[in-house]
Structure formats: C-alpha cells, structure tokens
Design a binder for this molecule. Structure first.
Ligand SMILES: Cc1cc2nc3c(=O)[nH]c(=O)nc-3n(C[C@H](O)[C@H](O)[C@H](O)COP(=O)(O)O)c2cc1C
Length: 179
C-alpha cells in the first residue's frame, strides 16, 4: 500500500519555530507517511501583481501540494490575538488558485504560542478561514500549547504528557479519515 501524503504548514517562518516542532510531533503521531513541508515565504498578496504576472509560482506549488496531500496539519501561532500575517497571506493566495485546493481536504489545526491560551484565538481564526475554503476540518479536542518556549525538550519533544496524548489522538482521527 502506498503511504499517505501528509502536508505540514507552519504559520511561522522561523527555523526554531515552536509550531514547526509541534508539526514534527504531529507527523510522528500520524505515523508512517510521506511528509511534505510547505514553504510560506510568499510575496504579499497584491491584486495588481496577480493581474500583471498571474499567481506566483511559489503559490502554485503550495496549492499543488495541498491538492496532492491526503491530509494537512497547520501550525498556527498567535500574533496579537490573531492569525499570523504569514499564514493569512498564504491562505489568501491559495484561495486565488483555480481548483479550490482545500476543498474537502482532511485538515487539523494545532497551535503553540507564548501566552497562556496557547494561541486559541489564532486557531479559531484559522479554522474560520478554512471553513470558507471548504476544508474538511477533522474535529477533536483542540491542541493548544501554552508557554511554548518551555513546552519542548532539547530534542523538540513535547514535555507535557496530556498535550502529547491529545495530539496523538487528534492525528489518529486524521489518519482514520484518510484511511
Ligand atoms: C508580533 C508578535 C505578536 C505576538 N502576539 C502574541 C499573542 O497575541 N499571543 C501569544 O500567545 N503570543 C504572542 N506572541 C508570541 C508568540 O506566541 C511566540 O513568538 C511564538 O514563539 C511564535 O510561534 P513560533 O515559535 O512558531 O514562531 C507574539 C509574537 C510576535 C512576534
């Protein structure tokens, strides 16, 4: 049997991003898969740019990766009680690519943030955008990692057992939908 393709989308561009660490944990929880990491370093959405040059190649690549994936996990950090510009920009661009890449795509959103709510508002906003994009949001208990700077050990593993358990359960639910 061929492996499912799991696309990881980090709403933070930072190399040392806690959301990247959380996505790596999610991928381990998902199990055997072909894991692809999206690159959200895209130009800012600009209708004039789109009209003059069309949808940038990097955006087309991202849309194609979403379309080709069996499942998507998004790591949504929180900036100023909202979704990061990086993630919103990517979702806006993808929505401009014909073919509705997210339509019916099994998707889970997880968050790690410095604050005490673990990025709950950003996660809620991301889910709201994904509803508009017609993603198939796989339900479950929200994975919200608060105090992200203290939440991972030196190997990038989640320290809190309850969070680890929730994430594994969530990934099992995602995998079940794909299967
Ligand atoms: C511009 C900015 C705004 C932020 N606002 C929030 C916030 O509203 N809530 C929160 O929990 N953390 C906030 N933070 C802290 C981030 O959660 C923290 O930088 C986190 O590490 C970002 O995710 P990353 O590690 O994946 O890059 C903010 C950080 C930045 C740079």
């Amino acid at each position: 049997m061929t492996k499912p393709v799991l696309l990881l989308i980090s709403g933070s561009l930072r190399k040392g991003s806690y959301n990247r660490m959380l996505l790596a944990e999610a991928a381990r929880g998902f199990g055997d898969a072909e894991v692809v990491e999206a690159d959200l370093a895209l130009p800012l959405y600009d209708g004039d740019l789109e009209e003059a040059e069309g949808v940038p190649e990097a955006v087309q690549t991202l849309a194609a990766q979403i379309k080709a994936a069996d499942a998507v996990v998004i790591g949504a950090p929180e900036y100023n009680k909202g979704i990061t510009g990086v993630l919103k920009n990517a979702l806006d661009w993808v929505s401009r690519v014909p073919g509705a890449a997210f339509k019916d795509k099994p998707t889970v959103v997880v968050s790690a943030s410095a604050g005490r709510t673990g990025g709950e508002t950003a996660q809620f906003m991301t889910l709201s955008c994904l509803t508009q994009l017609q993603a198939r949001l796989v339900p479950g208990t929200a994975v919200l990692i608060a105090g992200a700077m203290n939440a991972f050990d030196d190997d990038g593993r989640l320290k809190d057992e309850m969070s680890q358990k929730l994430l594994i359960e969530r990934m099992a639910a995602l995998r079940a939908v794909v299967a």
